[in-house]
Write a protein that binds this ligand. Structure first.
Ligand SMILES: [Zn+2]
Length: 460
């Protein structure tokens, strides 16, 4: 009865908010938490309940899994707006349930915040929890990977864990009670046993704490190692990816019985190979066919991706997004820039914003965990730094080896950076602009301004 009255109160609020153009992401959930704090335990969840968590890649992974389910003809509830804390999940479930709390879908594919995952698993009882990776994240919120892992260790034993066998942090989660599916990726063609990133959080054996020997490192601490002292190594993958072809943007997925399927990774980024292999491992366990999973991923538009390109004045204009306060996410974007040859102008708009971009915590320490070194090359004509932390970013660039004379500064999030680009000099090359996920609106306007300015130079 309490559920019915809560729905009676909150559903109209969601309806009115939507009518007024608000997304109603958290407010309805917060109201529910006041009047019916344990409402989550009273939803009648669908047959398939899948959780996805991890530091990076969880939103896109959950969206992709939902798409695969829909291709199968299933109806899906997915919190694709990234509302991954309890208030956001409650709002999403209320929107998609009857007045008695029955979810009106065949499946719920929910991205869940790492901190809240164990608690949510106990309440919503997912059959599978897929974990992409655990890295350093916002210091103010996540402290250190070990802090996050301590919370994730409380995941109940009846959840099947889909684990990254190349990540010795998240891959060691779970107890003997949990069924575990490991996914791994063979050495990428351009990798070796050296870490090219500043941050590698596994240097010693998780068992005996002696130094470990990497056979290869894909990025950060992700890769294959063994301990020469106690013999520890991560388990072999139940689902393995290999034959990575950067040019064709494909890899080959091997199942345990030896069956192979070609898979896409549309961004050409190794991180996507991991995410798609994890998704395949999960869906194969649910009984889906490898070819069907691959075709479904292929059909998903890449418009929601983090790498977009336009051309004007014979110059590629490329936007790249990173998650604020998260050095790994920004380093991933910077790594992509490193792969782009030719003349470049780099515009960087990152700062110290947190929590949806409304506040800032004055913490810029994460700049020093971020691979700014990837941005430094003789091909770069200008570095244009935007925002109130421009001096901190400029200092970090100089420390990474950038030529101070090439650095230009602009404090406001307006469009003045577009006026500062030397379009004639960069013609035939690329303009790359990095923005934080909270500044998407600015980035859209910035792109329009860059395109307009570049087109104006076509006429010269
Ligand atoms: Zn050891």
């Amino acid at each position: 009865m309490k559920m019915f009255f809560t729905m009676l109160l909150v559903k109209p609020i969601i309806f009115i908010m939507n009518l007024l153009g608000f997304s109603a992401t958290n407010l309805p959930g917060n109201i529910c938490l006041k009047i019916f704090p344990d409402i989550l335990a009273h939803f009648k969840m669908p047959k398939y309940v899948i959780f996805v968590t991890g530091t990076n890649g969880k939103t896109l992974s959950a969206i992709t899994i939902s798409h695969i389910f829909r291709e199968k003809g299933m109806t899906v509830v997915n919190n694709n707006e990234g509302s991954n804390l309890d208030s956001g999940l409650i709002s999403k479930l209320i929107k998609n349930s009857t007045f008695t709390g029955k979810i009106k879908a065949d499946a719920a594919v929910l991205e869940v915040d790492e901190d809240a995952t164990a608690k949510m698993c106990n309440i919503l009882k997912p059959s599978h929890l897929m974990i992409t990776n655990i890295y350093r994240d916002s210091i103010s919120r996540n402290a250190h990977p070990e802090f996050v892992l301590r919370k994730l260790r409380k995941v109940p034993g009846d959840v099947c864990l889909v684990l990254n066998g190349d990540d010795a942090l998240s891959g060691m989660l779970g107890t003997d009670e949990n069924r575990k599916i490991f996914y791994t990726v063979d050495k990428a063609p351009d990798r070796d046993d050296k870490c090219e990133n500043l941050i590698c959080d596994i240097r010693t054996c998780p068992v005996c704490h002696m130094p470990i020997k990497y056979e290869y490192i894909q990025f950060h601490h992700i890769g294959k190692f063994h301990c020469e002292h106690c013999g520890f190594e991560m388990p072999e993958g139940d689902v393995q990816a290999g034959d990575i072809d950067y040019e064709k943007r494909t890899f080959v997925l091997r199942e345990k019985d030896g069956k192979t399927t070609e898979f896409p990774f549309s961004t050409g980024n190794l991180y996507e190979v991991y995410n798609n292999t994890a998704i395949a491992a999960l869906c194969l366990d649910l009984g889906f066919d490898g070819k069907f999973i691959s075709d479904s991923i292929k059909s998903l538009s890449s418009t929601g991706g983090r790498y977009k390109e336009d051309v004007a004045n014979d110059t590629a204009i490329i936007s790249m997004v990173g998650k604020s306060q998260n050095p790994i996410s920004c380093s991933q974007s910077f790594a992509k820039a490193k792969m782009i040859d030719g003349k470049k102008v780099i515009i960087i708009a990152i700062n110290d914003r947190v929590y949806g971009g409304h506040d800032h915590n004055e913490d810029t320490s994460w700049f020093y965990d971020t691979d700014f070194e990837f941005l430094v090359s003789d091909d770069v004509l200008q570095y244009i730094v935007v925002g109130h932390r421009m001096y901190d970013v400029a200092l970090r660039l100089v420390m990474a080896g950038a030529d101070e004379d090439k650095i230009l500064l602009t404090p406001e999030y307006d469009l003045s950076a577009a006026k500062m680009v030397d379009y004639d000099a960069v013609k035939g090359g690329s303009i790359l602009y990095f923005f934080e996920v909270y500044f998407r609106e600015w980035s859209v306007k910035m792109k329009e301004a860059l395109l307009a300015e570049a087109k104006a130079h076509e006429k010269h």
